[in-house]
Every structure is written in structure tokens, then in C-alpha cells.
Design a protein around this ligand. Sequence first.
Ligand SMILES: Cc1ncc(COP(=O)(O)O)c(C=O)c1O
Length: 376
Amino acid sequence: MSLEYKKQFNLPEDITYLNAAYMGPLLKQSADLAKKSIDLKSHPWEITPEDFFDPIEKARHLIAQILKCKPDNIALIPSASYGIATAMKNLKDLPSGEIIVIEEQFPSNYYSWSELAIEDGHKLISVKRDMKINMTEAVLDSINDQTRIIAMPYVHWCDGQKFDLALISEKAQKYGAKLVIDGTQSTGAVHLDLDKVKPDYYITATYKWMLSPYTMGFMYIDEKNWNGKPLEHNWINKLDAQNLSGLVNYKHDYQEGARRFDMGEKSQFHNMTAFIAALEFIETTGVDTINKHCKELTNLIIKNIEDKDHKFYYWPSSQRSEHILGLYFKEQNQLEMTKQKLQNNNVHVSYRGQAMRISPHIYNTEEDIQRLCYDL
Ligand SMILES: Cc1ncc(COP(=O)(O)O)c(C=O)c1O
């Protein structure tokens, strides 16, 4: 089955690509469409006013279908940091208190909060990671009546550690704390029940697990935040922007839902068709199918290394996501040797913090895992 998926990508036989957490490959179909889109920019007379609006609405609908929410909840953004900056702007000037982050979380989801902490006199609390304890409980223990914002990932980028966001959200709501989630290392590969988690902002850069072009992403914005302030004040998010000749009549009202938070130049002619093809692929394949497939592959790695258990440690299954396996080597020199062997054999993984991060996707096969395990 995965061979059928693999055929839809340009993945050469001699490359073992287990690095979706770094960069998802484009589908062949997306790559072909992107080439056509570049050509379109050479013929600008073929770009119609509808091209500014219709494709982006299609993308918005597909994201909503994947997330199981309303298209009105979705804003289109170019990067996770843009989404986090938008959240930060709207969470400015809360009474001083505490902002909770997770140790070693991705820098784009750290710097905004360390800035805000200085600006608004908050204390930044970094929850220490430890495999020997339950990390969801560690986050729960750090929430109290001083907590203003919890900004954290669903799945940790370094090693696939996963949190129970429904439990964290329940306590956050009890104390009136705002919840900002970075879904970059989860959306497309792990389902998140938005109805249960009810994040204020759920942000994803889509160039990894959602197999999209670079500089595409989205943020889910809860309805109660739709009246907030966008990061920029562009023409295209205002009411009646479709009427190009009428743009000289400045408008104060925005288009409905979260559209006011869309990035400027959101129409992205060069990226949009490839983006839509990727979203259609994720939607038709199904996040659960992708998750199940990745789980089979990461379990296979664990099965293969079980008897070499003395060499590695990793998060227990109760705290580990299905699609990313972070292996920690007990001996540094073994890590270096393995890194060299994998490089020599064209097996692609990443090294983040102290972890070797292995991240298969739907195009990977059991044979890919055997090639990896041969060198472990
Ligand atoms: C968890 C996480 N968030 C965000 C990003 C990307 O951030 P940005 O879109 O700001 O470059 C990455 C990239 O590795 C990531 O792993």
C-alpha cells in the first residue's frame, strides 16, 4: 500500500527519507502544478481577479475539513512565527502574571513569549522535560491563578513527545489562561480534537507533515477571538475587497470570521495550486490513515532495537506520538558512529537537541525502516 503512496512522490530508490519533521516532500502533482503557476506569473494577463480570492477559499475549506472545524475559523499565514506574533499581539496588556512554555520548544514559539514577558512584566515559566515523569501532569502542576498564557506544542519537535492537551485546556480554562498551540509537528499526522481542546490559537506551518510548499501555513482562531487585531492591515481582508476598482473607498469592516488575520498577498499564485493539491491529498488519504501507518513504522523500529535496548532510551508509548521517534543514545560516540553510517548509506534523519529524530510519513515502507535499523 505504501508503495502506491510512494509512487506519488519523487523519492529516488537510493534515498531513505525518514525526515518529514524537517521538510515534507512535494507530491509530484504539486511540483507539476507549481511549475505551471510560475509560468502563469510570466503571463500576468491570465491572472484574473477571481484568482486572488477563490483558490484561497478552497484551501481554507480543505484545512477546515482536515481539522473538522469551520472555514471561518481558519486564517492563512506564511509561517508559524507569523501566527504566534498574531496571538502575541492579541494577548498584549493582560495583567502581569505567568507565561508557561515547555523546555526546548521550537524557537518561533519561544521568542515572542520571552519578549511579551519583558514588555508586560510576566514571569516566563519553562516546564522542564523529564522522561521519568508524566509531562502532562508537570504542565498541569504549573498552572495556577497567576497563569495568563500557555504557549506550547502538541508534539515536541525534538523527539515526538506528546501532551494531553484536553486535560491542559480544562485546567487553563478554570484559571482563565489563554492557550496557544503550535501544531507544526502534528497537523496532518495526528488528529487534534479542537472541540475538546478549544485552543485560543492553533498554529501550523504546513511545509512538513502537510507536504506543502514553504511559506504556507494556517492558524485556527477560536470564535471568541475573531474581533481581535490582525498583525497587518492589508487591502485584501477588508469587506468588498473583491471590487478592485472600489478599493479607493477605504473600508473599516473586515471579511467574516478569522479572515481578517490572513497574511498580506495571501493569494500566493506560485504556491497555491501546489498547496491545494497537498491539502487534497491529506484530506483524501485521511489523518488517521497517515497516523496508523506512521505508528506501524515507528513500532517496527522499536521492535528492531528492543534487543539493543542498552544503547537507547526514548519516551514511553503513553507520552510518545506515533509519527516521530526520538532516540537518545546512552553513549555519545555511538551516536556519532551511527550518524556517520546513516549518512554514508543515504538514510536521512535529523538531530535535534540530544535526540536522533526519525520521522516517517505515508510514503515510507517497511524496507525503509529495515535500511535504517541495519545501521542502528
Ligand atoms: C514545532 C515547530 N514549529 C514551527 C516551525 C517552523 O517555524 P517558522 O514557520 O516560524 O519558521 C518548526 C520547524 O522546524 C517546528 O518544528
